[in-house]
Design a protein around this ligand. Sequence first.
Ligand SMILES: Nc1nc2c(ncn2[C@@H]2O[C@H](COP(=O)(O)OP(=O)(O)O)[C@@H](O)[C@H]2O)c(=O)[nH]1
Ligand SMILES: [Mg+2]
Length: 245
Amino acid sequence: MRHIVEFPKIHFQKAHFLISAPDIRHLDKHLPVESGIEVAFAGRSNAGKSSALNRLTRQKSLARTSKTPGRTQLINVFEVEEGKRLIDLPGYGFAKVPLAMKLKWQKSLGEYLQERESLKGLVVLMDIRHPFKDLDQQLIFWAIDANIPVLALLTKADKLKQGARKATLLQMREEAENFEGDVQVELFSSLKGFGVDILERKIAQWYGEHDLLNATSEEEQDEEVEDEDEDGIELDSPLATQASE
Ligand SMILES: Nc1nc2c(ncn2[C@@H]2O[C@H](COP(=O)(O)OP(=O)(O)O)[C@@H](O)[C@H]2O)c(=O)[nH]1
Ligand SMILES: [Mg+2]
């Protein structure tokens, strides 16, 4: 039987803007990787990424939503709790962006996924009517390569009738098996609220697993410290002189 661990509730509504960075190198400079855990949101322009972030954080305009795709080119960082962050990556696949820029973006995104050690989860948002396009797949392959679990959200699920929605979900779950990695596919709608609970739980799980790991390694460190203390006491005690003779 699968063991289910409930992780502490995260108050996503407390999320606030922290910084913007033009690329991953700037991000490393301003936000040292040791300083926390990050979950990144990525998707093609217009996939519904900003709407999803706003819905998750119950804020109307935390991440700007736009009818003009391709506007957000910065990496935006939001802090949910100290050391727990959401990263809004620039949308990709926008037709009007020059090729050189697209390639530059792809390179820096690949680097980000593979090198940013604080990144513990990736949410990939795809319009349910256009799922798993080339760049989406590329991104997921990079994440799997870097051992980062993926939550793939089929956004704007309200655009399909219930039957078509379910059929697409099952079909996409089957397709996702080809990645041979940790890729969970779910329906999502910022408009109707589908999948918001799943998104919350998944991110809480990623944050929580990291906390658990940290707690364990701190315990180990405590034990080491205790050992040192004992050694110290021994040195001060009369027995220490005997022992060293
Ligand atoms: N019907 C519907 N429309 C949505 C949903 N989420 C986003 N949209 C619309 O899709 C467009 C792009 O959304 P946005 O969040 O700005 O996408 P982004 O470019 O990925 O950040 C906007 O016009 C949104 O109103 C949804 O769940 N349902
Ligand atoms: Mg956006």
